[in-house]
Unconditional design. Structure first.
Length: 166
């Protein structure tokens, strides 16, 4: 699975820098993000970027769609196995774990998809919104992932609630 994942990333993402090389750039070479974002570099080009924009959106949606499909299929297999052999309490624990995983996935995909769509179709959107979504896509998943999984633990959940109630 790891090899397939690496191969998929190389096939879809590796062409992007080479595609950017063919552009003619005439705008200021100032990026609004602190990291190099493909959509941001495309906006600096004077050439027609329609094909590249569609390719970038296709790769993003294909990656996330394929990931979502594979994750869905794995959850179906897990739930089918758990529900057929486990007790009622174990089924609830398995469902609780699946819900935590799905929340973590939503935290990962939502800002990334939003950023990609806004960069391509939100011509009149605020640059501040684009920067904010860029940082959310970069920082939100690793920051929120431990919180999502720690909420499942009763002892940690009580302590987190106490912090926010004070």
């Amino acid at each position: 699975m790891g090899l397939v994942s690496m191969l998929r990333a190389m096939v879809l993402i590796l062409p992007l820098p080479f595609l950017l090389k063919w552009f003619r750039y005439c705008h200021a070479n100032v990026l609004s993000h602190s990291y190099c974002l493909y959509q941001e570099v495309m906006k600096m080009a004077c050439s027609d970027i329609t094909v590249h924009s569609i390719y970038g959106l296709f790769t993003k949606l294909f990656q996330m769609g394929l990931d979502s499909l594979l994750i869905f299929l794995s959850y179906v297999m897990i739930l089918k196995t758990v529900l057929s052999i486990a007790s009622h309490e174990e089924c609830l624990r398995a469902l609780n774990t699946c819900v935590s995983h799905l929340c973590a996935l939503l935290l990962f995909y939502t800002p990334e998809i939003s950023l990609s769509v806004i960069h391509r179709f939100g011509k009149g959107s605020s640059p501040l919104l684009q920067i904010l979504l860029g940082y959310m896509a970069l920082l939100l998943p690793p920051l929120m992932n431990p919180i999502v999984y720690s909420v499942r633990c009763k002892h940690l959940r009580v302590r987190i609630i106490r912090v926010f109630i004070k």
